[in-house]
Design a protein around this ligand. Structure first.
Ligand code: SF4
Length: 315
């Protein structure tokens, strides 16, 4: 299959821009993500901030791509989703870096972060890795706003999906991510991912490191507790209490928002309301990130606000 043809009339995500990203120049950047077919990357390296079955002892081998098809106004990776931070890389350079990470850092998996707008390149990279005998689990770390059609193509090139389910409220989705159809689209996408890979395997095998399956993530936003509660109820109704769920409280306010709630951290009361609801629903595989101590909420100290202009963004 000529995978690079997907860039010619780009419908790699539900934005369905239909732009030709191949021809270079400004027109090729007119899709919502603003990316051409030139692969751009902000960071390649072991990362220790994922959930324990993903991070393991040696870290998850992350690749952070420049650009994003969702571009949430509160994005914690704002530099790469909104501010263009990143460098052009060739496939040869990237495969070299991936091999390096596998052989020298002994990472447990390869974790492509927000790869959707570069899926064709990612699929080819995965094929190359496998042809070279590297059979580590391949992870797609996604916003949840995915095209089911493209996910069907992705099925052969992925082992683990880590999708967000951000919104159940269409008006919040419209305001913060310019996609009022997020709840409906993301739910269909999650169903397709689960159909392909099932729930994250460690939940049933008891193994330490994940090799296959789906783990859904939800970031609690300050002032949006009703949205979070409805997210959990929707996930429970659609997929049952066996769905592995990661509840995150790491929201970090770092740019000014008109919505004053978004200019603060999630309070303990807000977190407790959402966490209690998850427990009341009876989710059996709940990974929970509790609100951090005040010290970790200081600029330059928080591990949750990477600086991609530095060689080591997460230090
Ligand atoms: S990947 Fe980019 S250009 Fe393609 S449909 Fe999505 S936002 Fe549009």
């Amino acid at each position: 299959m000529d995978l690079l043809r997907f860039y010619k009339n780009c419908r790699l995500c539900p934005r369905n821009c239909g732009v030709n990203r191949v021809d270079g120049g400004e027109k090729a950047r007119m899709g919502f993500c603003g990316e051409t077919d030139q692969l751009r990357v902000a960071y390649v390296g072991p990362h220790f901030g994922e959930e324990p079955p993903i991070t393991g002892k040696n870290g998850s081998g992350t690749v952070f791509f420049t650009g994003c098809s969702l571009r949430c106004s509160f994005c914690q990776n704002y530099q790469i989703s909104h501010q263009d931070v990143g460098e052009n890389v060739s496939m040869e350079e990237l495969i070299h870096e991936l091999k390096n990470m596998i052989l020298h850092n002994h990472v447990h998996n390869i974790n492509f972060v927000t790869p959707d707008h570069f899926f064709p390149h990612v699929f080819i990279l995965v094929s190359l890795l496998r042809e070279n005998g590297f059979d580590l689990p391949i992870i797609y770390n996604l916003s949840g706003y995915e095209s089911v059609e493209i996910l069907k193509t992705a099925e052969d090139y992925v082992d683990i999906y880590l999708p967000d389910f951000k919104y159940s409220d269409t008006s919040i989705a419209a305001k913060l991510s310019k996609c009022p159809d997020y709840p409906e689209v993301a739910l269909e996408a999650l169903a397709e991912m689960i159909r392909q890979k099932g729930f994250l395997d460690v939940c049933s095998t008891g193994d330490t490191f994940a090799k296959k399956g789906v783990l859904v993530r939800h970031l609690i936003l300050p002032g949006k507790v009703e949205n979070s509660i409805a997210v959990l109820t929707t996930l429970f109704v659609e997929f049952g209490s066996g769905l592995p769920l990661s509840l995150m409280s790491q929201y970090y306010p770092f740019i000014a928002h008109k919505d004053q709630n978004l200019n603060r951290f999630v309070s303990e009361e807000e977190f407790d309301l959402v966490y209690s609801h998850a427990r009341d629903l009876g989710f059996e595989h709940l990974l929970v990130q509790f609100p951090e101590e005040d010290l970790l909420r200081k600029p330059g100290i928080s591990p949750f606000l990477p600086d991609f202009t530095k060689a080591q963004p997460f230090e």
